[in-house]
Ligand binder design. Structure first.
Ligand code: PEP
Length: 281
């Protein structure tokens, strides 16, 4: 990872004409889980209209319960990539949970004529799946979004990233998404964004925050502002380079994590808040 003991330099990487470094900031709004074509289209349309070229879209969903919706998998890839291209989305962050998913994504992209790029997301539950980490490290085609394991130390998480980097792929973004705690936090997870500057100091990696999976709900705080907005602001004030955030056209009917999704009509304000916080701090 090129640890550099406090000397921040913006190495990072470029992908699909977009630079990811310790001095850039990109928002990846989108569906936690693809549920149907209409919702993908509505979501990409809103993101494109806001001038954003990056988005999140979950096709393969590792769920805590086997009885919960597991994602549409490769069946949704053709319309996800077609619609991403239609609305000018250049990079889609998408989780994979095994090597076959990488092949499916590559094949679907090729069949569509590579109209968009994919950032391969390694989810919190696979943060120490070393064989999967090696697989994404052995290819250079796609950058990797590594999410810290919800119950592992920062050192263990950095070592997990080394599994990717040591195989040859150093196009990695490190994502903080909250950690489990025994403290009875009212949030879904204890928000660990104070580690943003720590990871930036210890590595050359751009750092992402995921306010949605950290807070787990869009409940309003006493000041009338959603907890997702508060968590996002915290991440940006601390220097985050990327924000992965759930939006849905109709959260009440989302097949996965509806309570934490913001609505599409909130997207322009959310982006404006991101801009203002970044400019102010
Ligand atoms: C996600 O981002 O879709 C996800 C499942 O996140 P995490 O792995 O952090 O739970």
């Amino acid at each position: 990872l090129g640890r550099h003991d406090g000397q921040i330099d913006a190495v990072g990487f470029e992908y699909r004409g977009i630079r990811f470094g310790q001095d850039t900031l990109h928002v990846f709004p989108g569906l936690c889980a693809v549920d149907n074509r209409a919702n993908v289209e509505a979501t990409f349309a809103a993101i494109g209209a806001a001038g954003v070229k990056t988005a999140r879209m979950g096709a393969y969903k590792p769920r805590t319960s086997p009885y919960d919706f597991q994602g549409h998998g490769k069946d949704c890839l053709p319309y996800v990539f077609e619609l991403a291209a239609k609305y000018g989305i250049q990079v889609v962050a998408m989780e994979i949970t095994r090597e076959a998913h990488l092949d499916e994504i590559r094949e679907a992209l090729q069949r569509a004529g590579n109209p968009t790029g994919v950032m391969l997301q390694i989810g919190t539950r696979n943060a120490q799946n070393f064989e999967l980490l090696k697989v994404v490290g052995q290819q250079r085609e796609f950058p990797v979004l590594f999410k810290r394991g919800m119950g592992i130390t920062l050192e263990e998480a950095l070592n997990a990233c080394e599994y990717v980097a040591s195989e040859g792929n150093t196009s990695i973004v490190f994502c903080l998404r909250g950690v489990k705690s025994h403290l009875g936090a009212p949030h879904r997870n204890l928000i660990d964004f104070s580690h943003v500057p720590v990871v930036k100091r210890l590595t050359r990696l751009p750092v992402c925050v995921d306010p949605s999976h950290s807070a787990g709900r869009r409940t309003l705080s006493p000041d009338g502002i959603s907890e997702i907005h508060h968590a996002t602001a915290e991440g940006i004030i601390l220097g985050a380079n990327m924000v992965l955030v759930d939006f849905h056209p109709d959260p009440a009917h989302a097949l996965c994590d509806g309570p934490q999704a913001l609505t599409l009509d909130e997207l322009p304000n959310f982006l404006e808040d991101v801009r203002l916080v970044r400019e102010t701090y």
